[in-house]
Design a protein. Structure first.
Length: 198
């Protein structure tokens, strides 16, 4: 089987939105979830609305264009797309999203359940209704500049974030790393001193 879709690089996040991003970028699902998080501000990425997912694709350097559905079901849509030339697509079905490659009229499909690309005819989703279809085209790579760790103090907690910086500032991401809770200022100072001794 020849396809340019990548095996999903699973981290802790196992959900379909980050998985589809991973299949097209090769990035881990955790990195993809961090990109989505930088868009919608949510710490935990489970269900992803389509607008956030498309913004994440753009942030990961893809041009995204919604295209007309060529069928009511996934089978009908894939049949129509197979006649449109080689391309990558993201297809939304009820409560789920899949990545598709059309390559020389062959169709490959991947999601967080299959984990690896498979010929579309092997999918159990072919009878599902299609809600939306997007064509995605990868742009040139953005150069990674570096990362930095930042902490933010609230009343009784400290949040730790990792900021990844790129030449194109639109590609910058913010990743939630963790949280330290404390009961008061004295305990907060003890935590600081303990960290200094590490």
């Amino acid at each position: 089987m020849t396809t340019n879709l990548k095996n999903i690089n699973f981290g802790m996040n196992q959900f379909c939105g980050p998985a589809v991003l991973s299949a097209l970028t090769g990035e881990s699902t955790d990195r993809c979830a961090a990109v989505i998080s930088s868009i919608n501000g949510k710490r935990e990425i489970k269900a992803v609305n389509t607008q956030d997912l498309m913004k994440a694709f753009k942030k990961l350097r893809f041009d995204v264009t919604e295209v007309p559905k060529t069928g009511y079901t996934l089978y009908g849509t894939l049949t129509g797309l197979s006649l449109s030339g080689n391309a990558f697509y993201v297809i939304m079905v009820p409560n789920h999203v899949v990545a598709v490659e059309v390559l020389d009229k062959n169709i490959y499909l991947i999601d967080n359940h299959s984990k690896t690309p498979l010929p579309a005819e092997s999918s159990a989703r072919l009878s599902q209704r299609v809600l939306q279809v997007w064509k995605v085209v990868r742009k040139g790579e953005s150069k990674f500049v570096g990362s930095e760790i930042k902490v933010e103090k609230f009343n009784y907690s400290i949040e730790v974030h990792k900021y990844n910086h790129y030449e194109d500032k639109n590609d910058d991401t913010k990743q939630y790393i963790g949280c330290i809770n404390f009961k008061g200022e004295e305990e907060f100072q003890q935590i600081i001193e303990a960290l200094k001794r590490l």
